[in-house]
Design a protein around this ligand. Structure first.
Ligand code: S3P
Length: 414
């Protein structure tokens, strides 16, 4: 068996969430084509609907009307989605909306103090369950702050930027390590008073932003699974078309290249302020590398599949400075180590990452996904390295980001 073919993927999840949320700041209809098909983005759309921001979904296109928000009559269910809860909290307080935000069991165990603290400093009244969901937000009078996040997180940065759009005075954010910058890019494209030359500054908006009609580029975090499959299986090659190539998001492809894998970007272009290209990935022998904290934000969602790649490298791969993995949809350090060991892999767990040694002979097993879509897809791909395939204790969690995963994988397995 080898991986062969040419595919295109549904739109990037981070941009899809933002396009929906930012459309609410216009006073016209916005059109979002090739929107992410995952359940997370639907959570955002449904929450906005409950706040009076109406949309119609037809196939992979959403038409959404900006305008005035209303206070939701019931709690907003953010499902499994950290991006929904954290960005929505900032958007709603900036727009004067009082709301309660809830989520599923995984989201209810994820830390919210990272947004509660700076939002409180901005004058927002927030009640939480000791730093966890449910969150009750009451905007009061929001004031601009100067903020240096102690955690590198695009969700936290975006939350504060969105609150800043409705604040009194300027908000300035200084990131230690640059995180994905789609919020800055899209808001600037919409004419918002946002600048980002090193420090990010946000001034309040006094009139509606420009409406848009966009096609969301393919999700590079989803592309990573198919690229990894091609990089793991000898004689494979795959072309993934129209992939988002924003420099803050292509860390996986840089890592794969550094590991010796074949990676070529073609047909590069700019679309709506974002870099987009076709990526061609082919099998070459892999070597181990060290991934340290400066690189972590650009591969944060891809570290589980990088761990799978590392099993086939001819030397150790170390991942450090990645303690954030412990507070994702599940504790991804534990989930990766446990499942890799169950497959016979040589992996050592660290507080802030792991060390993987060459593990040429892996065997199939039943994977504990912990309901985490990226663990499920990573270990589905890892199963391609075994005589049989892995089974998953929860196939359904893949729908969180990419319901078409199994169909596309079958399509490229020659
Ligand atoms: C996201 C940011 C990242 C990432 C998540 C999506 C975003 O989280 O893990 O899947 O869209 O802003 P953090 O910013 O908390 O690291």
């Amino acid at each position: 068996m080898r991986i062969k073919g040419e595919i295109s993927l549904p739109g990037d999840k981070s941009i899809s969430h933002r396009a929906l949320m930012f459309a609410s700041l216009t006073d016209d209809e916005c059109v979002i084509n090739n929107i992410s098909t995952g359940e997370d983005v639907e959570s955002t759309r449904k929450c906005l609907e409950k706040c009076g921001i109406h949309s119609i979904k037809s196939g992979n296109t959403v038409r959404i009307n900006g305008g005035s928000f209303s206070n939701p009559r019931e709690p907003l269910n953010c499902g499994n989605s950290g991006t929904t809860v954290r960005l929505l909290a900032g958007l709603l307080v900036g727009q004067g909306v009082t709301a309660e935000l809830v989520g599923d069991e995984s989201l209810s165990n994820r830390p919210m103090n990272r947004i509660i603290d700076p939002l409180s400093e901005m004058g927002v009244e927030i009640e939480s369950n000791n730093g966890f969901l449910p969150l009750k937000i009451k905007p009061n009078k929001v004031i601009g702050i100067s903020f240096v996040p102690s955690i590198s997180s695009a969700q936290v940065k975006s939350c504060i930027m969105l609150a800043g759009l409705g604040a009194n005075g300027q908000t300035v954010i200084n990131e230690n390590v640059k995180t994905r910058d789609h919020t800055e890019i899209i808001l600037k494209e919409m004419g918002a008073p946002v600048s980002s030359n090193g420090a990010i500054s946000i001034n309040p908006i006094s009139e509606p932003l420009q409406s848009f009609d966009i096609t969301v580029p393919g999700d590079p975090s989803t592309a990573a699974f198919f690229a990894a499959a091609a990089a793991l299986i000898p004689n494979s090659s795959i072309t993934i078309k129209n992939v988002l190539a924003n420099p803050t998001r292509i860390g996986f492809f840089q890592v794969l290249k550094k590991m010796g894998g074949g990676v070529e970007w073609r047909n590069m272009r700019m679309e709506c302020g974002e870099s987009v290209g076709d990526v061609h990935v082919y099998w070459e022998p892999l070597n181990g590398i060290d991934i340290t904290s400066e690189l972590v934000p650009s591969v944060i969602d891809e570290l589980p599949i990088i761990a799978v790649l590392a099993t086939q490298a001819d030397g150790p791969t170390t991942v450090s400075g990645a303690e954030e993995l412990r507070v994702k949809e599940c504790d991804r350090i534990k989930a990766v180590c446990e499942n890799m060991q169950a497959m016979g892999g040589d992996i050592i767990e660290k507080n802030d990452g792991f060390i993987i040694n060459q593990s040429n002979i892996l065997h199939n097993t039943n994977i504990k996904t912990y309901g985490d879509h990226r663990i499920a897809m990573s270990f589905n791909i890892a199963g391609l390295l075994t005589d049989d395939r892995n089974t998953l204790d929860d196939e359904g969690c893949i729908n969180i980001s990419f319901p078409e995963f199994n169909n596309v994988l079958t399509q490229v397995m020659a």
